[in-house]
Write a protein that binds this ligand. Structure first.
Ligand code: F6R
Length: 244
């Protein structure tokens, strides 16, 4: 496990972009796994800049996103599909047919999850996966529970996640209660994982995970402790409760 602590959100974003840039330049047909939310915005901004100013080429890259809300059309400005095009895909030269984001409007979300894992397998698995973490320790939309699904599929969002994510919606009432999420299997099969964490609000959960060194389904991100190539990039506020 590598841990990088940065002075600021900007430095965290640049260091993350450095890793992704290196991987893309080394392997132009890389398979990316990508997250949404507030944390990756700076990383995507930096990757867009490097594409525009430094010829970072995404033309053969393939990508799989972690999750999408059930019931949101891609055109909905709160959907993760809309976010990904706004923040990244519309501004780089990725081939749109190489972009996969779970379809929140699918008629059969259960079968869709199986199909999603199959597509990831057919692509040869994820080479490098970008993750953020919820204040409750979720990764993708794998929420704290008694058990965690290995396979991708439908998840019920917790009250905490609905509250945390209501900032992206008109109100809490508008946040969907279900999502399609990549499962723990596809997450842990990624060859390389980069977890980015920013802000005081994440300090308690990061402290709990890194100080305790224990794996529990009650904090899904603890499963990352079992993976042999995870880099945690935390700004100093997010890292402030770590004592190891
Ligand atoms: C988003 C995702 C989530 C977020 C997490 C943190 O695709 O999978 O696990 O990474 O909820 O979100 P932010 O970055 O908004 O704090």
């Amino acid at each position: 496990m590598n841990i990088i602590v940065t002075e600021s959100y900007e430095e965290m974003s640049k260091k993350t972009a450095d890793i992704f840039e290196r991987e893309v330049r080394n392997n132009p047909s890389l398979v990316l796994g990508l997250a949404t939310g507030s944390t990756p915005i700076g990383t995507y901004r930096e990757l867009v800049r490097r594409h525009k100013e430094e010829e970072l080429d995404f033309s053969s890259v393939r990508s799989f996103n972690l999750d999408e809300y059930i019931g949101l059309e891609p055109e909905n400005t709160s959907s993760y599909t809309y976010y990904m095009y706004e923040q990244l895909f519309n501004h780089i030269n990725i081939d749109k047919k190489n972009v996969r984001i779970p379809d929140g409007m699918t008629e059969d979300p259960v079968r869709y999850g199986e199909k999603y894992d199959q597509l990831i397998r057919e692509a040869g698995g994820i080479d490098i996966l970008l993750l953020g973490i919820g204040t409750n320790g979720h990764i993708a939309f794998m929420e704290p529970d008694e058990e965690l699904s290995v396979d991708s599929g439908v998840v019920e969002l917790t009250k905490q996640t609905i509250k945390d994510n209501s900032r992206f919606f008109e109100s809490k009432k508008h946040v969907p209660t279900q999502a399609i999420s990549m499962g723990m299997g596809s997450i842990l099969r990624a060859k390389k994982i980069v977890m980015i964490v920013s802000g005081k609000v994440k300090a308690p959960i990061i402290g709990e995970i890194l100080n305790n060194g224990r794996v529990t389904t009650k904090i899904p991100a603890t499963f990352l402790l079992l993976h042999n190539d995870v880099t945690w990039i935390c700004d100093k506020e997010a890292y402030s409760r770590v004592t190891i």
